[in-house]
Design a protein around this ligand. Sequence first.
Ligand SMILES: Nc1ncnc2c1ncn2[C@@H]1O[C@H](COP(=O)(O)OP(=O)(O)OP(=O)(O)O)[C@@H](O)[C@H]1O
Length: 252
Amino acid sequence: MSEQIATNEQEYAIEVKDVTMVFNMASAKLNSLKEYFIALARRELFFKEFKALKNVSFNVPKGSVVGLVGTNGSGKSTMLKIIAGVLEPTEGECVVRGNIAPLIELGAGFDIELTARENIYLNGALLGYTKTFIDEHIDDIIDFAELHDFMDMPLKNYSSGMVARIAFAIATVTEPDILIVDETLSVGDVFFQEKCMNRIRSFIDTGKVTVLFVSHDINQVENLCQTAVWIEKGVKRMEGPVAEVCEAYRNQ
Ligand SMILES: Nc1ncnc2c1ncn2[C@@H]1O[C@H](COP(=O)(O)OP(=O)(O)OP(=O)(O)O)[C@@H](O)[C@H]1O
């Protein structure tokens, strides 16, 4: 019996187990670090607890494509960051099996003083690629980003869309086990978005890559995903076949 459970668990790429995330928010508006320390010293600083996620649980089977839907501020990005290991949940745990390409906050690990080429090596190292691997793939990355003439320009002169192009190209140069896609692609132009979606679809077509997809474009979620999880005000409201969840979400 226990052996069967273990086998089933291995079939999940992601297990979100009873996750609660509490943020401490300062109750007063402070404009500087100086004001912060003065308020702290005077014991005038109070924090309010805010639960961004409340006992959320769901499983993502390996090779499945799952959409995460919910209105603004419902906790989707927080959930993705916990899964990607960027945030530690206050309670509960998240088990992830496989390597993740997190397409959230694209370019967050970049150094804007360095050139795009230098950032490819830096970000590649953060993603666990060796220098030899990047040497072999840098042309593919530059080709995909279509920024050949800008490779030796410091990133501070890049537009947000150009940064997103480089970041997406690096993160998806190899096939990940798990791909996490947030709204970030929306900063790219429509042609680049289409190119990114094609690459995401090609990963999905292999049947091996697990995809967790967040978008406010409900039609896109319906087109791409098989199942969906609806989170509202930090609580899981519904989980199931994508058409049913999206229908309920539209009619809320
Ligand atoms: N670092 C933080 N500190 C305090 N509160 C935070 C922090 N990050 C997120 N929150 C709060 O947690 C709640 C959920 O935010 P989150 O970004 O996860 O929502 P979301 O569903 O992704 O929203 P959107 O659709 O607008 O992107 C919000 O009320 C937000 O203000």
